[in-house]
Design a protein around this ligand. Sequence first.
Ligand code: NAI
Length: 416
Amino acid sequence: MANYKIKDINLAPAGKKKIKWARSRMKVLALLGDEFERGKPFKGIRISASLHVTTETANLMIALKRGGAELYLAPSNPLSTQDDVAASLVKDYGISVFAVRGESNESYYENIKEVAHKKPHIILDDGGDLTNYVHKEGLYDTIIGGTEETTTGVIRLRAMEKEGYLKFPVIAVNDSRTKFLFDNRYGTGQSTMDGILRATNVLIAGKTVVVAGYGWCGRGVVMRARGLGARVIVTEIDPVKALEAYMDGNTVMKMDEASLYGDVFVTVTGNKDVITLRHIKKMKDGAILANSGHFDVEIDVKGLYDNASEVEEIRPNLERIRIFDKDIYLIAQGRLCNLGAAEGHPSEVMDMSFANQALAAKFLLDNRGHLQNRVYNIPEEIDTYIAEAKLKTLGVEIDSLTEEQKRYLSTWKEGT
Ligand code: NAI
């Protein structure tokens, strides 16, 4: 059996069923798995990953293993691990996993360290913790390249590239159209509302939901909150996004003002100090706070706990915090609420995100020695290939350009 640190190996049977269910929804990744099994492109390749340990990640790991890879998996958040899935990966698929749901920050970083020290050829990351660690500890000699799943991680990587600190090429999986248009928007939109509902079971209809950030994730959350009957207020710092939110029919204002009206607050900015004690002081008794941005820095969670007169876990993943003579409810300790209080994105959407991850890893191998220590986007052909494959699995056919149409468009583009 694989090397591991998980909660309980006896949870494997339940995990195996969940992985199978997700696989039935992840048809593009399954097709890639079949292809990898035939060609064994990852034979002799060690891959270390820091990804949320969910059923969808399990299917990515399985597809890479079918392609011959040796795999080491750590989580990318201490609260998002599904212990039964971790157990099944170890027992049924021989994959080394180091992850326990609800572990301390210290133990979380121990797991990152564990996979970083396996002399990986490729690293797969979500948020940049693993990439950061291998850079800090100088563990990059064996690394051909890496991939990055999320907006926040890509921002960190671009900063590293700019400072000349990046030691290997990295593919910004997040920036593929088949990733952010679907995962960030529809995935985060649905699963964030799912997390809020599972944690609280409140009625959304008629509530005022304040969404901070109108990026791809924010748009998705707003769309789904409105669909459930909420009145939505958006806060932004980018004038163009703010205008878009306004013209999409939302009320737009500063967080200082929105704090007075909100029943439910959701942060999805990738930024810090979006909701601080100054805002919480103004909020109504009973306000609910949720974060779906990558790190738990968007809401001042420390300030909340440090200034609370009482903290009580009132339901799973929901704390009642007595502060400023009122009750404020915090979901999943201010960590990603869709992964902490629900199961993360639906498999159908992760099918495309993880097809990008799998093909990015293969692209790194195929182009070994030809890439610089930079952040690359996935080539357009791979993005298009994933969209075509997804459409095919959905039974959707589309038109293609005739030679005449191609000529017409290119002539028009040249302005003649
Ligand atoms: P984005 O860059 O498209 O959007 C972020 C938006 O927040 C921008 O429009 C920006 O102007 C705005 N913003 C920044 N600071 C702000 C502030 N102080 N107040 C109000 N608005 C502010 O990024 P995207 O893709 O929407 O990602 C947002 C965060 O969600 C990132 O941390 C990302 O890593 C994370 N993410 C989480 C997922 C999940 O499963 N929960 C899935 C995908 C991304």
